[in-house]
Design a protein around this ligand. Structure first.
Ligand SMILES: Cc1ncc(COP(=O)(O)O)c(C=O)c1O
Length: 362
């Protein structure tokens, strides 16, 4: 019997979707006490794996599972300088004996950027920093040619955030996992799930998953990026692509029209932009730590939790069961990178260590 919830419901899928076992599933669900609302739970995806947690490990099980099955030697991925996704890809690729090349672009400075860069270096990733999209496009051609010559085969390209249909399918599984936990009485069926939306794979996978698994849940996608990374059009497109992938993997999987009434895209917690901490996100990080011992951060989970706290305070989720999906890695990387010298990184990254971090990152 598979320990992947989606494969228990659709056994034919396990052949079409090879999984590299990187996560320890299911992740726990816990009740959150001490908030303004009574029925708030948390899905502990910060604990997806003991070596590195967070939402990306789920996606990488299917993305790198496909890479492994295809005999890929190098994966190339993209993100901002402090990308959790790029770091997760480096760590997981190395565990599976693959190389990772990360093509990164500028972002607002934070201590987490420094930690992630050092940890990426320690994980053996080849890190490149480009000024923008044009630089990435040209750099990609160069890296692809070099790796093809070296590996004797093409590298696999993993999109930003791992949010292809295959990556999102891992969050369809996550919704089936949640349904099993609700069936087992670990929590009531949630009325709503709050999660950060960066590249949309998490929220769109969950949306398709709750529909297919028969949960009555609405997804509250808290925007932490601007279009094209998060947009209603992107949600529809990725939803349809993920649905098509799963129907092709097992024709018994249902075809689901995009459920407009069960998807809410929240724009009110982004603040000035991606990776800029806001007073609300900083306060939410503090509240999560003080009330529940959760370790959140200001770019993604702080903003999503701030939305939940605001709805709890306004009474919008009174008499409802709300689930906060904790997508941030829970493992403290500080001891791992202590003593590492940033000057071993390519010169373009040094400024993240030499310039101050943003004022709200205290
Ligand atoms: C901690 C954290 N939460 C949430 C997200 C957003 O997930 P997604 O890119 O699937 O929208 C990311 C990644 O971008 C992340 O690193």
């Amino acid at each position: 019997m598979s320990n992947y919830a989606l494969f228990r419901s659709f056994p034919a899928m396990s052949d079409a979707l090879p999984r590299a076992v990187l996560a320890e599933l299911p992740t726990p669900v816990e009740k959150l006490d001490g908030l303004a609302a009574d029925n708030v739970y948390v899905k502990r995806d910060d604990q997806t794996a003991p070596y590195y947690g967070g939402n990306k490990v789920r996606k990488l099980e299917l993305l790198l599972g496909r890479a492994e099955a295809d005999g890929v030697k190098t994966v190339i991925t993209f993100g901002a300088a402090g990308s959790n996704h790029a770091l997760a890809t480096a760590i997981c690729a190395r565990r599976l004996g693959m190389d990772c090349v990360s093509m990164l672009v500028p972002q607002v400075n934070a201590r987490s950027v420094r930690r992630n860069l050092l940890m990426g270096m320690k994980s053996g990733a080849e890190l490149h920093h480009y000024g923008g999209r044009r630089g990435v496009a040209l750099g990609l051609i160069r890296v692809q040619i070099k790796r093809r010559l070296r590996d004797g085969r093409a590298p696999m390209i993993i999109p930003p955030g791992g949010s292809s249909a295959l990556g999102a399918a891992a969050f369809v599984n996550a919704a089936f996992e949640l349904k099993e936990q609700a069936d087992a009485g670990l929590l009531p069926q949630p009325d709503c799930i709050y999660a950060a939306s960066g590249t949309m794979g998490t929220v769109v996978g969950l949306l398709l998953g709750v529909c297919a698994a028969g949960l009555p849940t609405r997804i509250v996608a808290v925007r932490v990026t601007s279009p094209p990374y998060t947009s209603p059009e992107k949600a529809r497109k990725l939803f349809a692509e993920t649905n098509a992938l799963l129907c092709a993997a097992d024709p018994a999987f249902p075809r689901v029209p995009f459920p407009e009434d069960r998807f809410e895209l929240r724009d009110d917690f982004l603040g000035p932009g991606y990776a800029v901490y806001t007073p609300e996100s900083v306060a939410a990080v503090q509240r999560a730590r003080d009330c529940a011992g959760l370790r959140l951060e200001g770019t993604y989970t702080g903003k999503a939790f701030a939305a939940l706290l605001a709805d709890a305070a306004s009474g919008a989720i009174r008499d409802r069961t709300a689930l906060f999906w904790n997508t941030y890695n829970g493992r403290d990387l500080a001891p791992e990178v202590e003593g590492l010298d940033y000057r071993a990184l390519p010169g373009a990254f040094h400024r993240y260590f030499e310039e101050p971090v943003q004022p709200l990152d205290t």
